[in-house]
Design a protein around this ligand. Structure first.
Ligand code: DGY
Length: 348
């Protein structure tokens, strides 16, 4: 079968704009490297691509990725693979980087764009699932559920019901501040309405009044949102503007009774400042699904704290959602290789 792909080993690609790369006819299946074995994506891609799939439990090193992707037409990667300038310049004919994630801070978008490589991602299908996790962290942090679970399991629940035992904080009627009211932030806002919470938001762009009314949210400057909120939930992409946005100064604006929830990216928070905030009680607690270094180091002081709930970056981790992400990631990749528009392209 003749596939419509670019067979050319196009070393001049760097001088071309994406629209100027001529699609040619593929005489054999396009070659694709997958950095993970993702069954649904393998099922979809194996019919029309020559697949090389990284084997083994350990993630591929950067050296492995460079070696395997250098002569491939497509790359399907995950958010823990760093696809930086060094990787991209080592490719000879790569047309598409399809990330199995909504975040794409692990990919050097500028270099990919300069090389005429399309970068795709998997938003929407994971919105509700990630919002569920943000809300789960909010609930479990405020009601101290992980502490309570450990206490019961370890046999330390020794007396009966006591009026001042394991007191947490109310959620209903409290003020939630959402930073970044995109897809996931909006889905969190909708959940909070059911808990009769007042919802404030901050975003680069203020929404039209009708949209604010529909979501029942009020706009605030970042500083005012931090001062007024009982819960602050972060839903921002990681980039130069948001790196360590939550530093000592911002954390000190929050109420001592407030909680910080992060399901976005760890480096949006200066983790050292957060550790001081939790130790010195500038805030009451935190619920974190993401960290500056993943997996978290065993020496990280966050592991020693009680007023915090920790999850291992599982925002989108349900069977249903991961299956949908695999389908979207595979279709994004196939579409580009077939000269069509991907379902979701990262705009540089
Ligand atoms: C992603 O896909 O980028 C998210 O971090 C999932 O939790």
């Amino acid at each position: 079968m003749v596939n419509e792909f670019d067979l050319n080993h196009n070393t001049d690609r760097i001088k071309l704009k994406k629209s100027e790369v001529n699609p040619c006819i593929y005489l054999k299946k396009p070659s694709v490297y997958m950095t993970r074995y993702i069954p649904k994506a393998v099922e979809i891609l194996s019919a029309s691509c020559d697949l090389t799939v990284h084997k083994g439990r350990a993630f591929p090193s950067k050296k492995d990725i460079i070696k395997n992707v250098s002569n491939k037409d497509g790359l399907l990667c995950s958010l823990s693979d760093v696809i930086d300038n060094e990787v991209i310049v080592a490719t000879k004919k790569l047309r598409v980087i399809s990330s199995y994630s909504v975040g794409y801070d692990h990919i050097d978008i500028d270099t990919a764009t300069r090389y005429g490589i399309c970068v795709t991602y998997t938003p929407e299908v994971l919105t509700e699932t990630t919002a569920d996790l943000a809300f789960t962290l909010l609930l479990t942090t405020a009601r101290r559920i992980t502490e309570a679970d450990v206490l019961v399991r370890s046999g330390q629940w020794r007396s009966g019901w006591k009026y001042d035992f394991m007191l947490g904080s109310d959620i209903n009627g409290k003020t939630l501040g959402i930073i970044g009211l995109g897809r996931i932030g909006s889905a969190v806002a909708k959940r909070s309405n059911g808990f009769k919470m007042r919802v404030l938001y901050h975003d680069r762009n203020r929404l039209p009044i009708e949209k604010e009314d529909e979501l029942a949210v009020e706009y605030r400057s970042l500083e005012d949102l931090l001062k007024e909120s009982d819960f602050v939930s972060i839903h921002l992409p990681l980039n130069n503007d948001t790196f360590h946005l939550f530093n000592e100064q911002k954390l000190k604006l929050m109420k001592p009774t407030s909680y910080l929830i992060n399901t976005a990216r760890g480096s949006i928070i200066d983790e050292k400042a957060l550790i001081r905030a939790l130790k010195q009680k500038w805030i009451a607690g935190a619920g974190l699904d993401v960290f500056e270094t993943e997996p978290i180091s065993r020496n990280n002081l966050l592991l020693k704290m009680n007023n915090i709930v920790l999850a291992p970056h599982v925002g989108s981790s349900t069977t249903e959602t991961r299956e949908k992400m695999a389908e979207v990631a595979a279709m994004n990749l196939l579409n580009v290789l077939n000269g069509k528009k991907p379902l979701y392209e990262v705009k540089s």
